[in-house]
Design a protein around this ligand. Structure first.
Ligand SMILES: O=C(O)CCC(=O)C(=O)O
Length: 302
């Protein structure tokens, strides 16, 4: 296939759901017309971001929003990572990313696995778990020779998730996200570079544009990090789409030059010894927590 050209759409999100989705589709078309064959939208792109909005804006997946995403993916003949939207299923709510192939088929959906529950006194308190349920399945898909894994925002803080995707053979991780003005400046890029460097792969994170008057003010700065830990493309906080090519030779090169995945000392740091330590430090936890990487992966190969 042709070179993989990624577009990260840092779009402005307002309070009108249909307008948000139409805007997203228009920006996806613009990105495709400029040569992108893989386009990603931000976290919570059809709704303002906040626990008070999730129920009102939620819908089923597949549903009205994903139908429009499917149409635009098909019309533009691109792969589309549909950011995330509040999803409802049987009375439960999830923060869900759906991914589409160039034929408009939904490859799969990924539900945010680590819910964003933080409390930084005087700065920010956010408790997604008050209204959302966590997902428990990974999602990968393959485009040419590039395997891609999906996470959502807070998921990027969990090195284990990225490590599992790397072990599954991923070369690029895409995190629709919406960091904030407290954690964004210090952590957003650092976390992306950390995940990229640990796993020697590309990491993309795509945010909504900043709305200073919104109830949640996003940090913006959508970014692509390369497998050497370098910033390949980035932006400030206004609405903008950034473009970059994914160069698989960079992934192969760094993995050959610095072969850390073959140098791991699993004989020393095996999961059971982590579990022993974990159990000693918290006797109330069940050993079930330490059952290893026994996790469901939805796979799609093109
Ligand atoms: O981890 C953070 O600091 C921000 C996470 C976040 O905004 C999210 O999960 O939506």
């Amino acid at each position: 296939m042709a070179a993989l050209r990624l577009a990260l759409v840092q779009m402005a999100v307002g309070s009108n759901k249909l307008e948000n989705v139409k805007r997203a589709c228009q920006l996806v078309k613009d990105a495709a017309s400029k040569g992108a064959n893989l386009v990603a939208l931000p976290e919570c792109f059809n709704s303002p971001y906040g626990t008070q909005y999730f129920k009102e804006y939620s819908e089923s997946v597949p549903g009205p929003t994903t139908e429009l995403l499917s149409q635009v993916a098909k019309e533009c003949k691109i792969y589309l990572v549909g950011g995330s939207i509040p999803e409802s299923e049987n009375g439960k709510l999830f923060n869900t990313c759906s991914v589409f192939s160039p034929s408009g088929d939904m490859i799969g959906k990924y539900r945010k696995m680590h819910l964003f529950d933080i409390d930084v006194p005087g700065k920010i308190r956010f408790q997604e778990s008050e209204v959302l349920q966590p997902g428990n399945k990974l999602l990968t898909f393959t485009l040419g020779n590039c395997k891609i894994g999906i996470g959502i925002c807070y998921d990027i803080r969990f090195a284990e998730l990225a490590q599992i995707y790397a072990a599954e053979g991923c070369h690029l991780l895409i995190y629709p996200g919406a960091f904030n003005m407290t954690t964004g400046p210090l952590h957003w890029e650092l976390l992306q570079r950390a995940r990229a460097l640990d796993n020697q792969l590309y990491v993309a994170a795509v945010s909504p544009a900043r709305d200073d008057k919104g109830t949640y003010v996003a940090w913006g700065h959508s970014t692509l990090i390369g497998p050497w830990g370098d910033v390949v493309a980035t932006t400030e906080h206004s609405e903008e789409t950034i473009f970059a090519n994914i160069d698989m030779s960079q992934v192969n090169e760094v993995r050959q030059n610095i072969p850390i995945s073959k140098q791991k000392r699993w004989d020393v740091y095996t999961r059971p010894s982590i579990c022993d330590h974990h159990e000693k430090s918290d006797r109330s936890k069940k050993t079930k927590d330490c059952s290893g990487y026994d996790i469901d992966v939805n796979k799609h190969v093109d």
